[in-house]
Every structure is written in structure tokens, then in C-alpha cells.
Design a protein around this ligand. Structure first.
Ligand code: GDP
Length: 338
């Protein structure tokens, strides 16, 4: 007998009529995979509400080198400016092993006892390679990293020192707008000068690791600093500098340091020096921004890009003086702008 399967009309499997296939199992999946970038006002609203996820995304935009990200970042920063400027900003700088993380952990817990919120921005300008990954290791600040009122943000520090300093300042503005009233900026090695402890030597010096067999050495160092301070002119702030020792590891002397910091802040707020410094910084950054944008516009100009190498070679070969080369490039640039 012929097998039924040899009959053309035979179908071994029966397909029942079913419901229509949906176009996608989860219509929201696509949106979830590729996050839509927030609008400027969504960023600002989120930041001002204190949403740290949105704050983080905004900081990522600040750090981005893509022009469209930078454009959004600048708008967000501008809208956040009115909410900024009221934090205590403290710079902590030192070589690896100096005790920065240990100190930040205890300092952070101490300042948070009074309430408020703390942002720790960790920057490593000496190492572009690490992309902040070493500093990003959250275990470095064991207690702070799990504190609900703290925000720790390691920053990759690609680019020039000036660029890093600007991005740090912009990140500070965003953090302040998000309600962080205490900001620690941690830098490794020779960080942006304006942020280091020791650039304000005449307003106060604190010496770490004053514990165990180190105590005598720390006290001696403190005495030497006290003597040396007399050799400096009196600080513009009018404040009489002090030298203190502490141990981050054993949490000794931490309260005394912060009592001094708060006393200093009250003092300089009282005599107008605090506001004066903030205004000076704003002025500085206005000119910095102008310089940066002019430079950027010049070097990214197509005509300039095409001429630059050639002019440089002519200068190196002695066929053109530096000044003539610069002038001809600038003339080309200004002509092109017309
Ligand atoms: P960082 O690289 O500057 O962040 O330094 P760490 O905070 O990681 O500290 C480096 C080393 O110094 C660690 O082994 C710490 O335990 C130690 N250290 C930090 N603070 C103190 C301190 O106050 N006293 C002593 N004795 N050791 C400390």
C-alpha cells in the first residue's frame, strides 16, 4: 500500500489557526536597551530634586568630549548655577598612600553627623590610563560609600589640567544644585593647584597619621610648621593660621579639625572674604571659558587645520619667524569668520 506521506496533499503537521503574532514581545524593550537622553529641563528638574541617577548622567555629559553632549551639559550647568555656590568645598590632595581615602572616610562621616549631604569627587590627573578606575574602587571609602547622604564620583581625567579643573568646577556646580552642601575634591599628586590643602598654607595646616610611634614626629612637624608660618605674610583672609595634627586611621583629632574649618568659614563669611574669593573664582572662570572657546574655535577651523602643519614646518626650517607665522594664521582665521 502506498504510504500516505507520498501523497502531495498529506501534511504531517497541522497548523491551527491562532492569534496574530504581536509585533514585538515587549514593545518597551527597545527603549530600555537604548536610553533616551533626557532633555535639558528634565536634567535640571532631576538634579534640583536631588536625583543622584540623573546627577550622575549629567556629570557624564560634562565629562564627554562629544560636542552635542557638551552643548547639553553647558545648558544644564547654566540653569543649575542659580542653585549653586553655597557649599563648603574642601580639597584633599596627596601622593598615593598619604591617607586621603582614610581621611575622607572619617571626615565625611564627621561632617554628615550635622546633617546635609556630601559629594566626593575623586580625580586622578596624573593618570589618564587608569580612567579613574583605581580611585573608583568604592572600597577605599568603606563607610562613606554606603552612606545614604553621600555621593562618590570618580572622574576619568583625560585631557589637560585646565580641562580637568573646568570639568571639576562644573561638576561641583551640578552637585551643589542637587543639594550637596559639602564637597570634597580629592586629587592625586599634583592636582589642580587651587584645590590642594597646601595652596592655602597660611589658613591652616593639618598633619595626618599622628598616632602610635608617629606621634612625636607629627608633633615635631607641627611645631616646625608653626614656626615657618611666621615667615609668611599674614593671609588676606585676616585669619590667624593654626597647625593641627590628627589620625584618620584612629579617628583622633578629627573633631578639632572640623571645628577649626567651621570657625574659619564663619570668620571669612563674616568679614566678606568668602564672597570675595567666590567672586574672584567666577571672574577667573569667565576668562578661562573665553580663552578655551577661542582656542577651540581657532584650532578647529578647517582652514587653520589645513595650514597649521605647513606653517609649523616653515618656522622649524627657519623660513618664517614665529610671529609672522602666527599673524598669517590669525589673519586667515579672522578673514574666514567674516
Ligand atoms: P591614599 O592612597 O592617599 O588614599 O591613602 P590611604 O587612605 O589608602 O592610606 C594609605 C595607607 O596609610 C593605608 O595603609 C592606611 O591604613 C594608612 N593610613 C591612613 N591614615 C592613617 C593614619 O591616620 N594613621 C596611620 N598610622 N596610618 C594611616
Amino acid at each position: 500500500m502506498e504510504h500516505p506521506e507520498n501523497n502531495e496533499a498529506y501534511k504531517g503537521l497541522v497548523v491551527n489557526a491562532g492569534i496574530e503574532q504581536p509585533s514585538s514581545v515587549n514593545p518597551y524593550l527597545k527603549r530600555k536597551v537604548k536610553k533616551r537622553q533626557l532633555s535639558v529641563s528634565e536634567f535640571v528638574e532631576g538634579i534640583v530634586k536631588g536625583d543622584v541617577t540623573i546627577l550622575s548622567q549629567a556629570v557624564t555629559l560634562v565629562e564627554s568630549v562629544r560636542p552635542e553632549h557638551q552643548a547639553t551639559a553647558q545648558e544644564v550647568i547654566e540653569k543649575c548655577l542659580p542653585y549653586s555656590g553655597n557649599s563648603i568645598r574642601v580639597g584633599i590632595s596627596g601622593v598615593p598612600g598619604a591617607g586621603k581615602s582614610t581621611s575622607i572616610d572619617v571626615f565625611g562621616l564627621h561632617v554628615l553627623e550635622k546633617g546635609g549631604k556630601l559629594a566626593v569627587l575623586a580625580i586622578d590627573p596624573s593618570s589618564e590610563r587608569s580612567k579613574g578606575s583605581i580611585l573608583g574602587d568604592k572600597t577605599r571609602m568603606e563607610q562613606l560609600s554606603v552612606h545614604p547622604k553621600s555621593f562618590i564620583r570618580p572622574s576619568p581625567s583625560a585631557g589637560s589640567l585646565g580641562g580637568v579643573a573646568r570639568k571639576t568646577r562644573e561638576t561641583i556646580i551640578l552637585c551643589e544644585a542637587a543639594g550637596f552642601d559639602k564637597i570634597f575634591v580629592e586629587t592625586v599628586g599634583v592636582g589642580p593647584v587651587s584645590y590642594t590643602h597646601l595652596t592655602l598654607p597660611t589658613n591652616g595646616i593639618v598633619i595626618n597619621k599622628a598616632d602610635g610611634s608617629n606621634i612625636d614626629k607629627a608633633k615635631l612637624a607641627a611645631a616646625q610648621f608653626r614656626n615657618a608660618l611666621h615667615l609668611f605674610p599674614a593671609p588676606d583672609s585676616g585669619w590667624t593660621p593654626r597647625v593641627l595634627t590628627y589620625s584618620g586611621f584612629y579617628n583622633l583629632g578629627v573633631k578639632e579639625i572640623w571645628d577649626m574649618v567651621y570657625e574659619y568659614i564663619d570668620f571669612v563669611k563674616g568679614n566678606g572674604y568668602f564672597e570675595y574669593r567666590r567672586n574672584e573664582q567666577s571672574k577667573y572662570w569667565m576668562y578661562e571659558s573665553i580663552n578655551e572657546q577661542l582656542r577651540d574655535s581657532f584650532y578647529h577651523n578647517a582652514k587653520i587645520e589645513s595650514m597649521l602643519q605647513e606653517k609649523e614646518q616653515q618656522v622649524l626650517r627657519g623660513n618664517l619667524t614665529s610671529f609672522v607665522a602666527a599673524k598669517s594664521l590669525l589673519d586667515t582665521y579672522f578673514e574666514d569668520l567674516k
